[in-house]
Design a protein around this ligand. Structure first.
Ligand SMILES: NC(=O)c1ccc[n+]([C@@H]2O[C@H](COP(=O)([O-])OP(=O)(O)OC[C@H]3O[C@@H](n4cnc5c(N)ncnc54)[C@H](O)[C@@H]3O)[C@@H](O)[C@H]2O)c1
Length: 354
């Protein structure tokens, strides 16, 4: 949905957007809590297949109606917008059901299991003039917003590399490999801060549990120009690391999400190239080692910022920062990475950017 062309205004009776959440497992409760805290929204219903999860939701939020029937939530006149927080294999079908029922949708990451599914979801939302947003949570963190400021204002200079490690002893997922679970965070951060799309992807990975998807993977992305990106993800690591380096020609950034304060550090370091006095065709590499500083970051919880953005987009009828197209771009990269992994890292060239 093009923001300007598709702006439409809806009357939600008093401006309160009524939210129904499908999936109250690990992540769903965070979404319910954050939407419930917004002055402009009210969580009216929660659906989950598991009655014990609904019982928990009921104890925590006694005014919210619960149901094991997704269709009941979608048909409810008390629901204006649906949040889909189930495993990825259900994202497409539940989102399509909600859109066809006339509801706006915020769907968990990754938006769908395939790019064909994501395209269908985008098309349906467009046709019905409904908001479709994907939960790329990191985009709404103070840290990533600051890094985006630093890249877009040219503070870092030309970006040379994005290099990330996202590992821990993680929950082995059954329906997706570790790239679709963890690398999706890096891909969504890159999509937001780099403003450039990769031209090719190479990935390698392995499964250490028979019949399960890959639990360790290395993904390299190539771009037009001097930028490259690498993401290392692993569910079988003894320690938790969430560290990203962003190297620029002027400055470099270290983003450590496990730091309680000073998550983002900016280093005024790099190299300078000077012609050799003996040989004009040879460049001498000099080192520049300036200050390091930790910029002040917005401290609001990312999901609160994101929930508020979704409600704002629904009430004003505008395209979210992480709309369906952003979700589709990430799924295309994940598909290319999976294809490359199946071919022992053969680079897969990507088509035209979305
Ligand atoms: N944005 C983030 O940082 C973040 C973090 C964790 C998980 N997630 C995403 O959230 C989604 C859910 O992950 P999770 O870890 O909460 O999974 P989970 O398995 O803990 O919870 C999913 C819940 O959905 C319910 N469910 C599944 N299919 C259903 C259906 N058809 N109808 C009704 N209920 C159904 C299950 O009973 C379960 O309670 C995934 O897409 C995951 O990628 C996002």
């Amino acid at each position: 949905m093009a923001a300007a062309a598709a702006a439409f205004f809806l009357d939600f009776g008093g401006g309160m957007i009524r939210i129904g959440v499908i999936g109250y497992g690990y992540w769903g409760p965070n979404l319910v809590r954050n939407f419930a805290e917004l002055p402009a929204a009210r969580v009216t219903m929660v659906a989950d297949r598991r009655p014990e999860r609904l019982a928990l939701a009921g104890r925590r939020h006694p005014t919210i109606r619960t149901t094991t029937e997704v269709s009941e939530l979608i048909a409810s006149p008390d629901v204006d917008a649906v949040v889909v927080a189930t495993p990825v294999e259900f994202h497409h079908d539940l989102t399509m059901m909600a859109l066809r029922g006339g509801k706006h949708v915020l769907v968990e990451k990754p938006i769908a299991s395939s790019s064909e599914q994501a395209e269908r979801m985008i098309e349906e939302a467009l046709r019905r003039r409904l908001v479709l947003m994907v939960d790329h949570t990191f985009v709404y963190t103070g840290a990533v917003q600051k890094i985006r400021d630093l890249t877009s204002t040219g503070e870092l200079g030309d970006i040379y590399y994005y290099d990330s490690v996202r590992i821990n002893l993680g929950l082995f997922q059954h329906d997706v490999n570790v790239l679709w679970d963890l690398a999706v965070h890096d891909l969504s951060i890159m999509d937001f801060v780099l403003q450039q799309q990769p031209t090719a992807v190479s990935a390698t990975g392995l499964s250490h549990v028979a019949g399960s998807p890959e639990n360790i993977a290395y993904m390299t992305m190539f771009f037009d120009g001097p930028l490259m990106a690498h993401v290392h993800v692993n569910w079988l690591a003894p320690v938790k690391i969430r560290r990203t380096l962003l190297g620029g020609s002027r400055r470099m950034v270290v983003f450590d999400d496990l730091e309680t304060s000073e998550k983002v550090k900016v280093y005024d370091r790099g190299i300078s190239l000077d012609p050799s006095p003996e040989n004009v065709y040879q460049m001498l590499v000099g080192y520049r080692s300036g200050d390091m500083w930790a910029p002040k970051l917005a401290i609001a919880e990312a999901l609160n910022v994101e929930a508020s953005h979704f409600v704002d987009c629904v009430s004003r009828g505008v395209e979210p920062i992480t709309g369906g197209e952003a979700g589709l771009r990430i799924v295309r990269l994940l598909e290319a990475a999976s294809a490359s992994m199946a071919a022992q890292g053969r680079p897969i060239t990507l088509g035209q950017p979305v």
